[in-house]
Design a protein around this ligand. Sequence first.
Ligand code: AHR
Length: 667
Amino acid sequence: MKHLSIRFAKLACAASAALVLATLSALAADAHPPRMLIDLTRPGIPISPTFYGLMTEEINHSYDGGLYAELIQNRSFKDDATRPLHWSLVGAVADGSIALDETQPINAALTTCLKLTVPAATSGRLGIANDGYWGVPAAPTTTYRASFYAKAGADTAGPLTLTLESADGHTVYATAQVPQLTSQWKRYAVTLTTGNSAPDNHARFVISLSQPGVYWFNLVSLFPPTWHDRPNGNRVDLMQALSALHPAFLRFPGGNYLEGKTVDSHFPWKQTLGDLSLRPGHAGTWGYPASDGMGLLEFLEWAEDIGAEPVLAVYAGYSLPNDTNHAGTVIPAGPALAPYVQDALDEIEYVTGVTNTPWGARRLADGHPAPFSLHYVEIGNEDFVGDARRTYNARFAQFYDAIKAAHPALQCIATIPVTSRVPDVLDDHYYATSGEMMKLAHKYDHYDRSKPKIFVGEWAAREITRVTPDGQTAYNRMPWAYKDSPTPNLHAALGDAAFMTGLERNADVIVMNCYAPLLTRVEPAAFQWNPNLIGYDSLRSYVSPSYYAQQMFQLHRGDTVVHVSMSADPTNFFFSTTLDHATGALFVKLVNINPTPQIVQFAISGARQVAGQGTLTVLTSAHPDDTDTINDPVKVVPVTAPVDGLGASFTSTFAPYAISVLQLQTQ
Ligand code: AHR
């Protein structure tokens, strides 16, 4: 039997070198390591091509102030009915004033605008400034696209100067001019290009002038370059991170964001279509309003841009409890629910219909002639809450019957078990500590295979590492009690990975799964939930150990779970072994949750040949409470190194506190 050796030279981090040293002492200590027998002669379990995906909703400023690249907060002045939040007067207060004005609507969507009054000639500039989402980012040598609606009290007025500048106004990074306004509402668009100055995370955007008069503004917008250069598009760094996960699907628009806290505030997909000037926005669910710049078509194009298929969640007549109504609001099955069922059918037609259907034609008009490929529709979200549970059976049946009648091939996902119909798929959600997620790794081992297939539509190990005021780190198992750590630590990632081994081993039951939530701003005031997979501020972003765990599993998914038997009950580690038939690549994923290395003897049967060389990818760190942060984004990262000494039988050692993927080549 050979012993696997790691080539030091290719290892990029000190943690990995430490692992090898630990290995040598562990080898001496563990005389009877467990034996893993990998049997390729048996057929194995096919893994669904949609196995790993993403779940998203507007929470933690996932879109507004996040992925959706708009930089102006409260661009349509509706975020607060009493004052122009995030807007301020530039110039001396004595020289002018700003106020919300509802007497000058542009249309039924843009009903409130900002009025700037400049009573007399001023020697300095007068204007309006927006401080963005925790700062407007000013990146060097970057072209920004600005646009706004404006009109003046006089027949002509101007010029207007647009600047991207430091918060104190002392440094101007980019400037542009709009020569003239008229007394009619009109949209203006210009570009601003920054020079080679240092990045500023807390800049502001200013529109200013020096003429006395009255001016009105609405839908003031500023975009950086976007992914695929899409107008009204997404942040490039975040799309890169999402794309690098190679997700098979994108579940949207929620989550609780689908449902809203009142019936009126559920995701209003029809109001999110078309030109931005026609989108009124809505209340959102997580304590801040939604601009709906991320509308239904933007969700679909986002999925398209990262090669994922949409998993569409439709509103099913239940909205969440708010402060005064702890049961939530239910639209009962029957005639009252019928308009919502029709709304879901319209939505499905918008996504999938050819262009001679009414909603397919609308999608064409919105700029996307080709229908999107859709296989799964989820009816509601978490209907175990409040009054949802006792009413879901009948509500599900009404949606199911209508959807199946119109689209027999669509798979209907139920959010809780139902008896009224047999759902195609059931959505299970798990939020738990890392230790609990490790136990949940066995949840589906004894699942009744005659029951519906499972979509684990939200899951996460909820553990974080806090930085306390004295600069010490504290390991925390109740992240919701603290608002200072937006993303999970390595210990959470170990729980996630252990859980994923259980999902993979039960791939005959699990057809899809996705972590949640996906995105978060890092400023404590900006997020409502932790931990989340990917964090960012205005200019920077980073990914968490849990992100890397998922990426390691997805990139080494294979198409079949192979048959494995162990000589001893593995209580200390979690594993799954998969094969890619097309390439012969065999992936052994092993999660060692202990502070000591884990030795495993391998024997592979059923392969004509097993190559001596392979690779080992390891995600580990010195302490399980180590984590990645916006200021230290590469503290915990996976390292891939070549290994040799592999074959039909060999011994391998897996690092402590580590997620490891050993890739072998079989023939
Ligand atoms: O992921 C955060 C929330 O958790 C989702 O909106 C909801 O579905 C679940 O309760």
